[in-house]
Design a protein around this ligand. Sequence first.
Ligand SMILES: [Zn+2]
Length: 153
Amino acid sequence: MEKKELKIDYHVYRKTYPEKYGDLCRKVFEVIPHAYSVYSGFSVGAALLLDNGVVVTGTNQENAAYPSGICAERTALFYAGSRYPEARVEALAIAAFDKGVQPEHFVAPCGACRQVMAETIKRTGDFDVIMLGGEETVMLKASALLPFVFDLL
Ligand SMILES: [Zn+2]
């Protein structure tokens, strides 16, 4: 038996954003009101920066049949893959409001979104993820969010 260790590098920002992604982070807050979160009251916004300069946004879209809804991250990632299949994702910024209030701590993507992010990495390469919180924002590589990814190819 061999014991191994997994290390994750990430950057923490207190009450500020990574400077190079300032516009992208502000875009997230613009789209959060477009979330359809009538059941949970948890509104999430996502903004993707593509290497062609396009910013693709998404919000969570809930449904009375809960599994039919979709997260903000996957809304944006699937749209980007559909509309700009050749574009490389450079960064994904995410923020949430819980019943109208931004949590102090950043919100991290769910497991399903991490799996979709892993597929995006496979398609176009690794990218930065910025998880925005009211007090604390964290930036790390997407690959760090799901190190033991399910992969068939
Ligand atoms: Zn998700």
